[in-house]
Design a protein around this ligand. Structure first.
Ligand SMILES: Cc1cc2nc3c(=O)[nH]c(=O)nc-3n(C[C@H](O)[C@H](O)[C@H](O)COP(=O)(O)OP(=O)(O)OC[C@H]3O[C@@H](n4cnc5c(N)ncnc54)[C@H](O)[C@@H]3O)c2cc1C
Length: 382
């Protein structure tokens, strides 16, 4: 036992890397703190690039850990199996358990939610790419979901495989605000993508259109699920408080009620109260949540009261394929503003934002505390 404070971060995505970097950088030379990042991946995965990997317009979405991690962070390549919050012990697959004084839960949402194809993690995206490569010209492809990932994937596929017949199906029926947006609808139309209101069976891929009298039709040659996220069951398996989707429940400081040494950040977490009302699973919010979880740990180490999360949005950015995109500026609560960038300007804007995510992680590793984020809707915005 070294006598250091042991901070363990479980999950090396946007939230986990940000949290680990901030704690490691902010305590260096000042406090004896050991930061360990537990993640089974050989590389950091840029999940926001996986639709392009699946479509074949990008080779991979892996980034060497050394590019994004603070050098003081010890990386433990393992999968966490159980958190014992009372004993402060973490059980790992293939490794001896490790102890912790503070734990940040940041396991994300990369579980494949169905047996259908998906783009939710690197392996799933690679599997989808193989399946698409095997498709004959003219084959039908269903993309289930008209959220950002469904729209981005459909556009990327239409660019790399214009010979396929691509239909995007909105499982919830009513038109999605994204596909209703003029510039996005025009781009989908131009790429020959059909948008259909209906539902997709998550087990079989059978499509039931919404149109009156329409009958279900058998699954397409390939069905790719992008609707809804699935989080790992680690919090539930560890008997920690979870919501109906299995997300770890945390308060506005990002600590678990009743277990203040366990904190959470990112997609795998549900923030109770007004601080979390407007938050959707996104890289855009995983980053500030990771930084805030670190700030809470640092405040506790300093013996001061942690602040409450106050995070908002600036823009929703869509990659619409072949360098085109749509950047919709939004209010802090994610409601659209009047301004947007479309076409090549939108594509340029989207690419800059994707690059910035890595730059923010790397910047936090170099200059602790450098990453800041827009305030949430509780603070008046112009
Ligand atoms: C194709 C695609 C495009 C997207 N585009 C955008 C976008 O444009 N903008 C946006 O804001 N969001 C986007 N998202 C969503 C965004 O990627 C996620 O919201 C974000 O990755 C969440 O970050 P996170 O740190 O919570 O988790 P993740 O990035 O999912 O990282 C979680 C990490 O935890 C690890 N892990 C899981 N279980 C365990 C365990 N038991 N033990 C140890 N480690 C574990 C995983 O291997 C992973 O490395 C996109 C997602 C996809 C799939």
């Amino acid at each position: 036992m070294s006598g250091s404070v042991r901070v363990v971060v479980v999950g090396g995505g946007y939230a986990g890397v940000m949290a680990a970097n901030r704690v490691a950088g902010s305590t260096a030379d000042r406090l004896p703190v050991e930061v360990t990042l537990v993640d089974p991946g050989a590389q950091f995965t840029e999940r926001i690039r996986l639709h392009r990997v699946a479509a074949g317009s990008r080779d991979a979405a892996g980034v060497d850990w050394s590019r994004v991690l603070h050098p003081r962070v010890r990386r433990l390549p393992a999968r966490a199996l159980r958190i014992d919050a009372d004993r402060r012990s973490l059980t790992l697959r293939g490794h001896a358990p490790i102890g912790f004084d503070w734990l940040v839960y940041a396991v994300g949402s990369g579980e494949p939610p169905t047996p259908l194809l998906s783009v939710t993690n690197a392996a799933a995206a690679a599997g989808t790419r193989r399946a698409i490569t095997r498709l004959a010209p003219g084959a039908a492809v269903t993309v289930a979901g008209t959220g950002p990932t469904g729209v981005e994937l459909a556009c990327a596929l239409a660019v790399t495989r214009p010979d396929l017949s691509i239909t995007v199906v909105a499982p919830s029926g009513p038109a999605h605000p994204l596909t209703d947006r003029d510039a996005v609808a025009r781009r989908l139309h131009r790429l020959g993508i059909t948008v259909e209101h209906g539902s997709v069976d998550p087990e079989t891929g059978t499509v039931t259109p919404r149109a009156p009298g329409a009958r279900p039709r058998p699954a397409a040659a390939a069905t790719i699920w992008t609707a809804g996220l699935a989080v790992p069951s680690l919090a539930a398996d560890s008997l920690l408080p979870v919501d109906g989707s299995g997300r770890l429940v945390v308060d506005a400081t990002l600590a678990v009620p009743g277990h203040e040494r366990v904190l959470g950040a990112g997609d795998a977490v549900s923030v109770t109260g007004t601080a979390g009302d407007h938050l959707r699973a996104s890289c855009a919010i995983a980053l500030p949540m990771g930084a805030h979880a670190a700030d809470t740990v640092l405040a506790r180490l300093a013996g001061t009261a942690p602040s409450e999360l106050d995070a908002g949005y600036l823009a929703q950015c869509l990659d619409l394929g072949a360098g085109r995109g749509h950047v919709q500026f939004v209010h802090a609560d994610d409601a659209p503003r009047r301004w947007a960038l479309s076409g090549r300007a939108g594509g340029w804007g989207k690419e800059q934002v994707c690059r910035m995510t890595l730059a923010w992680l790397a910047g936090e590793a170099r200059t602790p505390g450098s990453y800041t984020w827009p305030a949430g809707p509780a603070v008046p915005v112009g």
